[in-house]
Ligand binder design. Structure first.
Ligand SMILES: [Fe+2]
Ligand SMILES: [Fe+2]
Length: 310
């Protein structure tokens, strides 16, 4: 099911007013259950997503801090409550990915080193940028997570190739919520800034970080795990296959999403131009049904922030 791009003026004139829930989860990850070939049985591409899991927590912390600071300037009560939902959802994502990353550390992944690198990039870099740039980065990061979420909602077969149920649940839950809140950061950005050129700066910074993770996350990890891999044809076969899985123009995560990624460059772009309403209804049922939902065993509570007239 492909999400359809809709006429932007038609959607943008009808802002989303639904306040989305903050769901608390507890996956109780176990190092013995982690599948290092989670993504299509490809080591390099799987390692890319493991590195992404580490960097995502830093990106989410930036989104949380930026949203928290700018929430005070948002005057629309519904949007303000939605910002609270964004902060809450990202806080639980960061917490759960950190729990997963702690387990990765026991699983031949240099988590401490990657956290050190991410600290240099985010805490000593991006988080020291002026507030308007961080606001633009927040919108840029949320654009890329929305693109990824839509890709995975269109290709959920990837989650069922593995027996690792908890990693599957983690990524599917994250996918659902990134799509649920994909327009909030953008609406805040448009309300408080709206500058096109500044929005492009956030886009470039977010895109560069994601691309920088490919050599760092994917290519390096199999070599760190086993340096002799460099001389093995199987490693180079995996490099070729994984590159296709990430950048292949027809089915690659980023390659096939290039139109959606670049749509952000349109001056009148809005995240809801890419309609995921049907996807969300389908995945809420698949994941959250009280009896059969894939996330139901892991969800501990749910909270919907109230709308308060300010
Ligand atoms: Fe997130
Ligand atoms: Fe997000």
């Amino acid at each position: 099911m492909q999400a359809a791009a809709k006429n932007s003026t038609e959607i943008a004139s009808a802002p989303n007013r639904a306040v989305i829930p903050i769901r608390h989860m507890d996956f109780k990850f176990d190092p013995n259950e982690v599948d290092p070939l989670f993504f299509h049985n490809a080591e390099l591409a799987s390692a890319y997503f493991e590195a992404l899991s580490i960097f995502l927590t830093f990106g989410e912390d930036l989104v949380i801090d930026t949203a928290r600071y700018h929430r005070q300037f948002v005057t629309d009560p519904e949007l303000k409550a939605r910002v609270t939902s964004l902060i809450g959802q990202e806080a639980v994502h960061s917490k759960m990915h950190n729990a997963f990353n702690d387990v990765l550390a026991k699983h031949r992944f240099p988590v401490t080193f990657y956290r050190f690198l991410a600290t240099q990039v985010f805490d000593y870099g991006f988080k020291r940028f002026p507030n308007p740039v961080q606001l633009s980065m927040m919108a840029g990061i949320e654009h890329f997570t929305a693109v990824m979420a839509e890709f995975f909602m269109n290709h959920d077969e990837v989650f069922f190739e593995t027996q690792d149920e908890k990693q599957r649940a983690l990524w599917m839950w994250h996918m659902l919520e990134e799509s649920e809140h994909k327009d909030i950061a953008y609406d805040v950005y448009q309300q408080l800034s709206g500058s096109y050129s500044l929005r492009m700066i956030g886009f470039v910074l977010a895109f560069t970080t994601i691309l920088f993770l490919v050599p760092l996350g994917g290519v390096l990890i199999p070599i760190i795990r086993r340096p002799s891999n460099l001389f093995r044809p199987s490693y180079w076969k995996d490099v070729a296959r994984s590159t296709g899985l990430l950048f292949g123009p027809k089915t690659g995560v980023y390659g096939s999403s290039m139109g959606h990624i670049m749509d952000y460059l349109r001056r009148d772009f809005h995240p809801n131009d890419h309609d995921t309403t049907e996807h969300l209804a389908y995945y809420r049922e698949l994941l959250l049904n009280p009896e059969t939902g894939l996330l139901t065993p892991y969800m501990t509570k749910e909270f919907v922030p109230p709308v308060r007239a300010s």
